[in-house]
Design a protein around this ligand. Structure first.
Ligand code: PLP
Length: 472
C-alpha cells in the first residue's frame, strides 16, 4: 500500500471508527463466540500474494467483530474501564506513524522529554507530593520523577526490583526478603515476587469491618514475627482502589510503620488514581508523602488509550541501579535521561503523545468534570440498589464502583443472574469473591456512559432478578 492509497484508506478507517463509536451501544457488549471460533473461518496458512484492502476490511466486520468484546460500549460495566477518547486515539495514530523507539534520549529526544514534562503535569493534576516530579517547582532537577510503563503489573515489578536493590540484600540473603500486601492486593504483587524470585510474599487478611482495607496492626505484627524468624522485610504493596471492591489502604497509618522498618512502599492506584484530579477525593490518597512509588493507569479512567501506566518514584536511583545495562551499541555521550533504565524492556513507544493530547484537550477542568460525572452515576446506581427490596450493597461503594448482590441470595443465584444478564449482550458486569461470598461489580467509567445507560442497566438487572426469583 503506497502513501496515496494510505491517505484514502486512512480516511475510510476514520469513518469506520466514527461509525463504530456511533453504533457501539447497539452491539452486544460481551462477545458470545465459543473458544476457537476463528480458526474455522480463516485459512490455515498465510496468503501467497497480497490481498485487496477491501477484502481484508470485509473480514473485520464479518469475522473479527463477532469475537470482539466491546469495551467502549456505554453498557460496559465489567472489570474496571479501559478508556478511549478522540485525543487519545489521535495520539496513538501519530505515535504509530512516527514509530520511534525512544529507549535512549537520542533515540528520539522529544519522546523522552515530553514524557518527563507530561508526567510532571499529571503529578500536579493529581496533586502528588512534589518529590515525585522530575524538577522542583523552582526548576531544579530532583531525585524523583515519572515514567510511563505499559501496565500496572510492570510498575509493580519495577518498583519491587528497585526496592530489592535499595534493601541492598546480598545474593545469599535474597531468600530472606519479604514483601507484604493485603489479601485484597492485585495478583500482580504475587506475580512480581514470582518473577523476582522473592519466595516470601505475605498476604495480610483484610476484613469487612475495615472496608477490606489493610490493617496497620496486622502489618506491624507480621513484621515483628518475620524479623524474629530472621527474615528481612523490604517491600509494602499498598492499594488505593482494590480490584475487588475499591478498598483503600490507610497510607497515613501504614507509611510510618513502613518507614520505621525501612520498607519501600509502593502504591497501586491503577484504577482509583485518576480520581485524585478532583480535590474532594484527595482524602483517599492522604499519606502519599510517606511512600516511595505511586502508580495509576491513565488507560483505565483518564481518557487515554491503552497502554499508559504512569509510575512515579521518589528516588530514581534504586530503579536505575536495578535496571541499567549499557551494551556498546547504546553508549551515548553526555548524561541525558535514558528511560530504558526505568523499565524492563529496551524498546519503548512514544506514549506521552496521547497523554499530552488528552490533558491539553480536556484541561484540568474537563478531566475533573469527567471523573465527577462517573462518581455521580455510581451514586445513582447505588440509590437504585438500595431502594430495591431484593438487593443489597455488598461492600462500601467507592468512586465509580458499586458492589451488590441479591439479598439472602445464594452463590448460585447471583452467578445465574450475572450469566443471564451478560449473555443477553445488553450489558456486561463481572463478579468477584469477597469474604467467601460471590458479589456482582458494577463499574462505572466508560467514556460515553450516561444516566440513561445506568437506568437501562438497572431495569435489566431488576427485571431479570424478578423473573429468576419468581421461578423458584
Ligand atoms: N491493580 C489494580 C487495583 C487493578 O485493578 C489492576 C487491573 O485491573 C491491576 C493492578 C493490573 O493492571 P494492569 O492490567 O495494568 O497490569
Amino acid at each position: 500500500m503506497d502513501i496515496e492509497e494510505f491517505r484514502q484508506r486512512g480516511k475510510e478507517m476514520v469513518d469506520w471508527i466514527c461509525d463504530y463509536y456511533s453504533g457501539v451501544s447497539e452491539r452486544p457488549v460481551r462477545s458470545s463466540v465459543e473458544p476457537g471460533y476463528l480458526a474455522s473461518q480463516l485459512p490455515r496458512s498465510p496468503p501467497q500474494k497480497g490481498e485487496a484492502w477491501s477484502d481484508i476490511m470485509q473480514d473485520i466486520e464479518h469475522k473479527i467483530m463477532p469475537g470482539v468484546t466491546n469495551w467502549q460500549s456505554p453498557n460496559f460495566f465489567a472489570y474496571y474501564p479501559a478508556n478511549s477518547s478522540a485525543p487519545g486515539m489521535l495520539g496513538e495514530m501519530l505515535s504509530a506513524a512516527l514509530n520511534v523507539i525512544g529507549f535512549s534520549w537520542i533515540g528520539s529526544p522529544a519522546a523522552t522529554e515530553l514524557e518527563t514534562i507530561v508526567l510532571d503535569w499529571l503529578a500536579q493534576l493529581l496533586d502528588l507530593p512534589a518529590c515525585f516530579r522530575s524538577h522542583t517547582p523552582e526548576g531544579t532537577p530532583s531525585e524523583g520523577g515519572g515514567v510511563i510503563q505499559g501496565s500496572a503489573s510492570e510498575a509493580t515489578l519495577v518498583a519491587l526490583l528497585a526496592a530489592r536493590t535499595q534493601a541492598g540484600a546480598a545474593p545469599e540473603e535474597a531468600h530472606r526478603l519479604v514483601a507484604y500486601g493485603s489479601d485484597q492486593a492485585h495478583s500482580s504483587l504475587k506475580k512480581a515476587c514470582m518473577i523476582a524470585g522473592i519466595s516470601h510474599c505475605r498476604s495480610l487478611p483484610a476484613a469487612a469491618a475495615n472496608g477490606w482495607a489493610m490493617d496497620p496492626k496486622a502489618l506491624e505484627a507480621a513484621l515483628e514475627e518475620d524479623k524474629a524468624k530472621g527474615l528481612k522485610p523490604f517491600f509494602l504493596f499498598a492499594v488505593v482502589g482494590s480490584t475487588n471492591t475499591c478498598a483503600i489502604d490507610p497510607l497515613l497509618q501504614l507509611g510510618p510503620i513502613a518507614q520505621e522498618h525501612h520498607l519501600w512502599t509502593h502504591v497501586d492506584a491503577a484504577y482509583a488514581g485518576a480520581a485524585a484530579v478532583v480535590p474532594e477525593q484527595r482524602h483517599l490518597f492522604q499519606g502519599l508523602h510517606l511512600v516511595d512509588s505511586f502508580n495509576m493507569n491513565a488507560h483505565k479512567w483518564l481518557l487515554t488509550n491503552f497502554d499508559c501506566s504512569p509510575l512515579w518514584v521518589r528516588r530514581s536511583e534504586p530503579l536505575k541501579q536495578a535496571l541499567s545495562l549499557t551494551p556498546a551499541v547504546l553508549r551515548a555521550k553526555g548524561n541525558a535521561l535514558d528511560l530504558r533504565d526505568w523499565q524492563i524492556p529496551l524498546g519503548r513507544r512514544f506514549r506521552a503523545l496521547k497523554l499530552w493530547f488528552v490533558i491539553r484537550t480536556y484541561g484540568a477542568e474537563g478531566l475533573q468534570e469527567y471523573i465527577r460525572h462517573h462518581i455521580r452515576l455510581a451514586k445513582v446506581f447505588e440509590g437504585l440498589v438500595r431502594a430495591h427490596p431484593k438487593f443489597e450493597i455488598a461492600a462500601p461503594p467507592r468512586l465509580g464502583l458499586v458492589c451488590f448482590c441479591l439479598k439472602d441470595g445464594s452463590r448460585e443465584q447471583n452467578a445465574a443472574l450475572l450469566e443471564a444478564l451478560n449473555s443477553s449482550g445488553r450489558l456486561f458486569m463481572v463478579s468477584t469473591d469477597v469474604g467467601g461470598k460471590l458479589i456482582l461489580r458494577f463499574a462505572l467509567g466508560a467514556t460515553s456512559v450516561q444516566q440513561s445507560h445506568v437506568e437501562a442497566a438497572w431495569q435489566q438487572i431488576s427485571q431479570q432478578a424478578d423473573q429468576m426469583l419468581s421461578q423458584h
